[in-house]
Write a protein that binds this ligand. Structure first.
Ligand code: LLP
Length: 434
C-alpha cells in the first residue's frame, strides 16, 4: 500500500511513524490512519469530477465507511460533501462543522425523529427510500414551513457480481424503489404533486467492492433512460443523478481494482452520449465513494498472544482484538493481508489463521494466509482496515473499542480515544429494588 514503508529497524512504518513505537505509545489493538493518503484519495475523486464533468457535480464521502468528527472535518476541508445514513452520522458531521448544505441523507428506514432533525437543519438532500417516508417528509416539512429537496433511491436491477451481503442494486433488495415494476415512476409522480417536497434527483448504488466497469456504465445508462422517460411522460425534469459508491480496493495481491480516474472517465462518456441521444440536459452528478477513500489508508495493530500449532490441521495465531474491531471476516469471509510489524521483511514461510480473542469460533481475522514465523509478543498489522472496521466495531464480550490515531509526517494524534471499562458499564443500571 502507498501508506506503508519499512524503516531501517525493519519495522513497518505508516505516515512516517514506526508501528512498534505507535504500539508503545498507544497500546494494542490500535487503528492507525494515514492522513495524507485519505486527503490524496479525496483529491483524486474531486479532480476527476472537475476534469470529466467540468465540476458540474459533487463527490460525497460515504461516512458509513468511517465516521468520526476528525474524518468528517478532513473530507470537508478537501471539498467533498458527506453521505450519512443515520441521525448519529448526521450529528457527527454537524459537530465536526460540516455545512448542512453539503450533506445527503440516505437510509431505508429513517425515523421520524431523524427526519425532523435533518429537515430542521436544512440538509441539502434527503434520498427517499419508500412511500411512507415520502409522506413523512412532506408532513414534517409542512409543519416546519419548508420545502425539502429530495432524491429517490432507485433499484436499477443490476447485478454487480459482488458478495451477496453487499449487493444492493437488484430488485430483491430492501433499498429503494424498483424500475421494472413501475414503482419508481409512480413514487416520483406522486411526489411531484406534494407541496412540501421538490423532486431534484435520482440515485442508485449497485453494490460495494466492485471491480468491473460494465455494471457502473450500465447503471448510468439505465438511470438516464429513466430520467428521459420521466421527462417525456410526466414532464418532470430531474436535474441530479447520483451514481452511488462501490469502487473496489486492493485488499490482497489477487485484487485488481479499476483505476478510479478511468472509471469516472468511462462513465462520464456514457452520461454525455446518452444525454445527447435523448436530448437531455447534462445532470448534476453525485458520487459517493466510502471504502476507496479510507480503507487503503488504515491498518490495525495487534499483539500476538499465542501461537497454536495443531499438527497436520492448522496453526492459529491469536491476537488481542478480533471480530469486535473487525467483523468483516465473520460477516463476509473477507480477505486481508497481514505483516509482522516488528520484522516487516521476514519471508513468508507458513500458512496460518489469525484468530481474535472473542468467545466464538468464527472470530477470525484471516484464514489460511501466508505469514512469516510468528511468536507471542510480535506485533501484527492487518492492512487496508480503514473502512468498515471501526465503523462496524462492537463491544461483544464487553471488549472496549480500540482508539483511532491519525498519522502524518511522523506525528500521531488520537482522533478517537480508547474505551475503558467505565465506558463499558456507562449505561448499565442496577434497579434500586434489585
Ligand atoms: N452509497 C450508498 C447508498 C451505499 O449504500 C454505500 C455503501 C456507499 C455509497 C459506499 O459504498 P463504498 O464506496 O464504500 O463501497 N459493510 C460492508 C459494506 C457495505 C456497503 C453499504 N453501502 C463491508 O464491510 O464490505
Amino acid at each position: 500500500s502507498k501508506a506503508l514503508s519499512i524503516n531501517g529497524k525493519n519495522h513497518l512504518e505508516i505516515g512516517g511513524c514506526d508501528c512498534v513505537e505507535l504500539v508503545n505509545n498507544f497500546g494494542t489493538p490500535l487503528y492507525v490512519l494515514d492522513e495524507n493518503l485519505i486527503r490524496e484519495n479525496c483529491r483524486l475523486y474531486k479532480n476527476a469530477m472537475d476534469k470529466y464533468y467540468d465540476g458540474n457535480g459533487i463527490v460525497l464521502y460515504a461516512s458509513k465507511a468511517l465516521s468520526t468528527m476528525a474524518i468528517c472535518k478532513i473530507v470537508d476541508q478537501e471539498g467533498l460533501g458527506l453521505d450519512v445514513v443515520s441521525g448519529g452520522e448526521l450529528y457527527t458531521a454537524l459537530k465536526a462543522g460540516v455545512p448542512m448544505d453539503k450533506i445527503y441523507f440516505h437510509g431505508n428506514n429513517k425515523t421520524y425523529e431523524e427526519l425532523e432533525f435533518a429537515i430542521s437543519k436544512d440538509i441539502r438532500r434527503i434520498v427517499v427510500d419508500n412511500r411512507e417516508e415520502l409522506g413523512r417528509i412532506n408532513e414534517i416539512a409542512g409543519k416546519q414551513g419548508k420545502v425539502v429537496n429530495i432524491s429517490f433511491r432507485i433499484k436499477p436491477g443490476i447485478d454487480a457480481h459482488t458478495h451477496d451481503f453487499v449487493q444492493t442494486g437488484q430488485i430483491d433488495s430492501k433499498f429503494g424503489v424498483a424500475l421494472e415494476n413501475g414503482e419508481a415512476y409512480e413514487i416520483i409522480s406522486e411526489a411531484s404533486k406534494m407541496s412540501n417536497v421538490k423532486v431534484v434527483g435520482v440515485h442508485c448504488h449497485i453494490g460495494s467492492q466492485i471491480f468491473d466497469l460494465e455494471p457502473f456504465k450500465l447503471a448510468a445508462k439505465v438511470m438516464l433512460e429513466f430520467i428521459a422517460k420521466v421527462k417525456n411522460e410526466i414532464n418532470i425534469e430531474i436535474e441530479e443523478l447520483n451514481l452511488g459508491g462501490g469502487f473496489g480496493i486492493k485488499y490482497t495481491m489477487d485484487d485488481d481494482p479499476i483505476e478510479y480516474d478511468h472509471y469516472i472517465e468511462s462513465v462520464s462518456n456514457v452520461v454525455k452520449s446518452i444525454c445527447k441521444e435523448k436530448g437531455l440536459k447534462l445532470p448534476f452528478i453525485v458520487m459517493e465513494p466510502g471504502r476507496s477513500i479510507v480503507a487503503p489508508a488504515g491498518i490495525t495493530l495487534y499483539k500476538v498472544g499465542a501461537v497454536k500449532n495443531i499438527k497436520n490441521v492448522r496453526t492459529y495465531v491469536s491476537v488481542d482484538g478480533g471480530m469486535t474491531d473487525n467483523p468483516r471476516y465473520a460477516l463476509y469471509q473477507s480477505k486481508y493481508e497481514a505483516v509482522i510489524a516488528n520484522r516487516a521483511d521476514a519471508p513468508r514461510v507458513q500458512t496460518v489463521t489469525i484468530a481474535g480473542k472473542c468467545c466464538e469460533s468464527g472470530d477470525l481475522l484471516a484464514k489460511d494466509i501466508k505469514m512469516p514465523e510468528i511468536q507471542a509478543g510480535d506485533i501484527l498489522a492487518m492492512l487496508a482496515t480503514g473502512a468498515y472496521n471501526y465503523s462496524m466495531s462492537s463491544n461483544y464480550n464487553r471488549i472496549p473499542r480500540p482508539p483511532v490515531v491519525l498519522v502524518k509526517d511522523g506525528k500521531a494524534r488520537v482522533i478517537v480515544k480508547r474505551e475503558d471499562y467505565d465506558d463499558i458499564i456507562r449505561n448499565d443500571v442496577i434497579p434500586e429494588d434489585l
